[in-house]
Ligand binder design. Structure first.
Ligand SMILES: [Ca+2]
Ligand SMILES: [Ca+2]
Ligand SMILES: [Ca+2]
Ligand SMILES: [Ca+2]
Length: 486
């Protein structure tokens, strides 16, 4: 199989054999490191730079393990302006312009063996990335390793570690040819593009037999590879790949399938036949089920420390330890009628009913406000009215004033009608003033006259006043005016 992973953590596989040696146990064989001088550490400082000089150091002391097929591949010293992590790498390999560098691994391609290749690939700050391929080659046959070629995969200015692995499989014709050749295989690194540059460092190839335990985690490489675990990562031994409650290492030890939750090591002690326990059987309290129930055989017990009861696995889940359900009882008598519940919400308004009978006429309403109407036609003449009362008549009481030297005014309450003149022979003015009183309906005026006496008004007559005649004799010529209404 072929797998790839990217690891940003800096570590050098050159030191791996020492780590493995310290953790070695007698029961496991460790994988074999195949690359020599994968870190390009042997480039002396005198060969410090190639850039711009046209001199490439593909044939230098300490570089013997690598063979460059052109002068566009070799080693040089990285500078800080080229890589932010230049100090961690020092000297590095470079591949330019479709150049190739290779190294014999001094080991054949063996069926079933796994070859894991790890390389730090760098993308310079001051140079474009050329693309990169890696191969395992035996004679004319080669297998391309699955390394990234897209420059966007890389962090500009940093070395990033990439890994790939391949397990030799006779079923593959190319693999079979390489296996059959018996030749030592080579690691071939090749630049892809006609321009740019790929920097490499800390190259590592580790070959492991299926029985090897490269990471010393108690599970051998072949078994880890078969089930998709990482033969270079010891942390997966305590993980539970299939979630069946058994760690991967437990499954390896008991030879069960770490990827099949229905296949797991039996974790229970078996006693054959009837077993007597001398003393008490004590279940250790647990806050959670110690194993998964549904996949387990039924009958397992555990003491639930939270529920404070013993639970039993019935092959479906953990449940209380109890007997079978009792038989269903008979139906009891009907209970009392319950209380009336709250009124329901109003229903919707129903359809309108038919028109009803006409009722009696109601009382007349109040007179409305006066409006301004049009003038109607002239009506017919009315009947002749009754004769009214007689108007005021012509005053019938006349009063004459007379004077000789004065002309008396009308008495109070009388109205003057005008002056008349007496035709007398004396010298005096013979005028009379005519007065009337319209309110009296009387027609008789009585004048008394005197010579030597002055008679009063007759009985029943009303005196109005006196007038005076201015006549020629020497007597008093007074008249007394009287009237009566006959
Ligand atoms: Ca292992
Ligand atoms: Ca492992
Ligand atoms: Ca498991
Ligand atoms: Ca399993």
């Amino acid at each position: 199989m072929i797998s790839i992973s990217q690891n940003k953590t800096r570590f050098c596989l050159k030191h791996l054999p020492l780590v493995m040696a310290l953790g070695a146990t007698a029961s496991h064989v460790f994988a074999q490191e195949l690359v020599q001088d994968g870190g390009f550490e042997a480039v002396p400082s005198i060969y410090a730079q190639y850039a711009g000089s046209g001199t490439f150091f593909h044939d230098i002391p300490g570089y013997d393990h690598w063979v460059s097929e052109s002068t566009d591949a070799g080693a040089w010293e990285t500078l800080s302006h080229q890589f932010y992590d230049a100090a961690e790498h020092g000297n590095a390999g470079f591949l330019r312009r479709t150049s190739t560098m290779s190294q014999t691994l001094n080991a054949p391609f063996i069926d079933g063996n796994t070859y894991r290749i790890a390389i730090d690939l760098g993308k310079r700050m001051d140079y474009s990335y050329a693309g990169f391929h890696a191969f395992l080659r035996a004679g004319d046959n080669s297998i391309q390793l699955n390394f990234p070629t897209n420059s966007s995969t890389f962090n500009y200015g940093y070395f990033d570690r990439f890994t790939a692995s391949i397990t030799a499989d006779n079923a593959d014709p190319i693999h079979a040819a390489m296996i059959a050749s018996g030749m030592n295989i080579e690691l071939v690194l090749k630049s892809l593009n006609s321009n740019g540059e790929t920097a490499v460092d800390n190259v590592s190839v580790v070959m492991s037999d299926p029985s090897d335990d490269s990471d010393n985690d108690g599970m051998n490489d072949g078994w880890e590879t078969t089930y998709g675990l990482d033969p270079t990562d010891p942390s997966d031994s305590n993980q539970d790949l299939d979630g069946d409650g058994s760690t991967n290492r437990e499954e390896f030890t008991k030879n069960t399938d770490p990827s099949d939750p229905d296949d797991y090591p039996n974790q229970y002690v078996h006693y054959n036949g009837d077993t007597t326990i001398n003393g008490a059987l004590r279940l250790e309290p647990k806050s959670a089920p110690p194993v998964t129930c549904p996949e387990r055989e039924p009958g397992a017990l555990y003491y639930d420390a939270i529920e404070d009861e013993v639970l039993v696995c019935d092959n479906k889940g953990w449940g209380s330890l109890k007997g079978d359900d009792g038989e269903k009882g008979e139906t009891g008598p009907q209970g009392p009628i319950g209380l009336t519940g709250p009124a329901g919400a109003d229903g919707a308004i129903g359809p309108q009913g038919p028109i009803g009978l006409t009722g009696p006429q109601g009382p007349q309403g109040p007179t409305g406000a006066t409006g301004i109407g049009l003038t109607g036609p002239e009506g017919p003449q009315g009947p002749i009215g009754l004769t009214g009362p007689a108007g005021p008549g012509t005053p019938s009481v006349m009063y004459l004033t007379h004077r000789t030297s004065s002309l008396p005014a009308c008495p109070s309450g009388w109205t003057e009608a005008g002056l008349t003149r007496l035709n007398v022979s004396d010298r005096e003015d013979n005028y009379q003033r005519v007065c009337y009183q319209s309110s009296l309906q009387c027609s008789v005026v009585y004048l008394t006259h005197r010579t030597s006496s002055f008679p009063a008004c007759p009985s029943g007559w009303t005196e109005v006043g006196q007038t005076r005649f201015n006549v020629s004799d020497n007597e008093d010529n007074y008249q007394r005016v009287c009237y009566t209404c006959l």
